[in-house]
Ligand binder design. Structure first.
Ligand code: COA
Length: 157
């Protein structure tokens, strides 16, 4: 089940712990207090099973208010390959449509490129290094409110 997790809530804090373990600790890094404070501007989502947060991502609106960046999608390694990552993306995209953010973009880790292609995102620029690992800019144009894209209809309940 995918739910919203307001910044500072218990589910948000559990999502930070998961993101730290999956995305930062393997690189020998952690979040700075400034990074986490800046996330107050974002829309946070968690995937939960039996009350535990097992997946997370957030959607950071761009300054112009017409688009947003998907960030830090991760799923607990024990629950990968079950469609949880795609469900998280679909929930974020549904909110983006409601808000009128019809252009979503992200910095994809190169190793997750196939996941993002599967979710309907396309490469949109040259690769680059971030945190010392290869990334690729990718983006997706959403249809307007009320429409459900082909990719979404496969995975929404
Ligand atoms: C990437 C990640 C979020 C995917 O989560 P998930 O719940 O396992 O993904 P799903 O089950 O929804 O997979 C959807 C599809 O993408 C594919 N896929 C998922 N992860 C993939 C990967 N790393 N490489 C290639 N394909 C992948 C799946 O095979 C599946 O395809 P299918 O439906 O044709 O079988 C998860 O592997 C993860 O947390 N990885 C580590 C953190 C990370 O790299 N995050 C991305 C940062 S940009």
């Amino acid at each position: 089940m995918v739910e919203r997790a307001p910044w500072g809530s218990l589910d948000y804090l559990a999502a930070v712990r998961l993101r730290r373990e999956v995305l930062r600790r393997p690189l020998g890094l952690d979040f700075s207090p400034e990074e986490l404070a800046a996330e107050a501007e974002a829309e946070h989502f968690v995937a939960k099973r039996d009350g535990l947060v097992i997946g997370a991502l957030f959607l950071m609106p761009d300054a112009q208010g017409r688009s947003a960046k998907l960030r830090q999608v991760c799923v607990d390694p024990r629950f990968r390959g079950e469609g949880i990552g795609l469900r998280l993306c679909a929930s974020a995209e549904a909110l983006a449509r409601e808000r009128g953010w019809l252009h979503l973009h992200l910095a994809a880790r190169a190793e997750a490129r196939a996941f993002w292609l599967r979710a309907g995102y396309q490469p949109c620029g040259a690769g680059f290094l971030d945190l010392g690992i290869p990334h690729l800019p990718m983006a997706k144009q959403l249809e307007g409110p009320g429409s459900v894209g082909a990719a979404d209809s496969r995975i929404l309940p």
